[in-house]
Design a protein around this ligand. Structure first.
Ligand SMILES: [Zn+2]
Length: 256
């Protein structure tokens, strides 16, 4: 079955889709500092790659997939002190995502999945709230494979699992695969390793990248990034998204 860009369709084309076999995918990113080598839109680029990869897998299982325009503005308090970062209240994200999910439910979609690449705790909590408000049987299945949960994280790279997972090898590899024109490879190759764990820093009460040990808004090992690794990660992210959707809707056998 095909993957559609919702924004490119006419309303009549959407009306003709078999809603009960249609799944929407919402990429969620941010505009925030990602080291001196990656663009502010890094999480948008990663979220869109995850959404496309997941959509391809779901379409191959016989579902119609609507790719939604990405959420690009998000709460980003950890990066707020860095130039260019846009940081909005988490309530704004919960309201927008919640409303979008209700719209999709009203249109009859079977499921809506969030492809999130922005792991600031404020943003993850805002998404969780929006999804939990939709969490009732019988209607739209709201699916949020939260990559900060062990279940999904264990399928990702060692650096991601270590918590040094912002603008490091993991994220830089994906941007090298998706948008190599936007990576400052001359800067990237000079960046010293920064193994500080954001997970540990958050546990210790830190609330900004600088106080967490990332004065240049990067963590991990960006100099080791490769496009090849980025392509492999995107494939895994697509598997995770598709697995989460199938798991949510399988009891009704819709994906057959
Ligand atoms: Zn990021």
């Amino acid at each position: 079955m095909p993957v559609y860009s919702l924004a490119s369709l006419t309303w009549t084309a959407v009306r003709e889709l078999p809603a009960a076999r249609t799944v929407a995918v919402l990429p969620a990113g941010a505009i925030e500092a990602h080291g001196p080598h990656l663009p502010l839109a890094t999480d948008v680029i990663i979220a869109e790659a995850m959404a496309r990869a997941g959509a391809d897998r779901l379409a191959a299982r016989g579902l119609h997939v609507l790719l939604l325009p990405a959420l690009t503005i998000a709460p980003a308090p950890f990066a707020a002190e860095f130039a260019g970062t846009l940081d909005v209240p988490p309530e704004a994200t919960t309201m927008i995502v919640g409303a979008v999910l209700k719209n999709l439910a009203a249109h009859g979609c079977r499921a809506a999945a969030i492809a999130n690449a922005h792991h600031d705790p404020a943003h993850v909590a805002a998404l969780r709230r929006a999804v939990s408000e939709m969490d009732r049987p019988g209607g739209l299945a709201a699916v949020f494979p939260d990559l900060t949960r062990r279940r999904w994280a264990e399928r990702l790279t060692a650096e991601f699992r270590s918590g040094a997972c912002h603008a490091g090898r993991y994220e830089t590899s994906i941007v090298l695969a998706e948008r190599p024109d936007l990576v400052r490879t001359d800067v990237m190759s000079t960046l010293a390793p920064n193994p500080h764990s954001l997970v540990d820093a958050i546990r210790d009460g830190r609330t900004t990248f600088a106080s967490a040990g990332g004065p240049d808004a990067y963590f991990g090992f960006p100099a080791e990034a490769t496009a090849e690794e980025g392509r492999a990660i995107v494939a895994t992210l697509g598997d995770i998204l598709a697995d989460a959707v199938v798991e949510a809707i399988e009891p009704t056998g819709v994906a057959s």
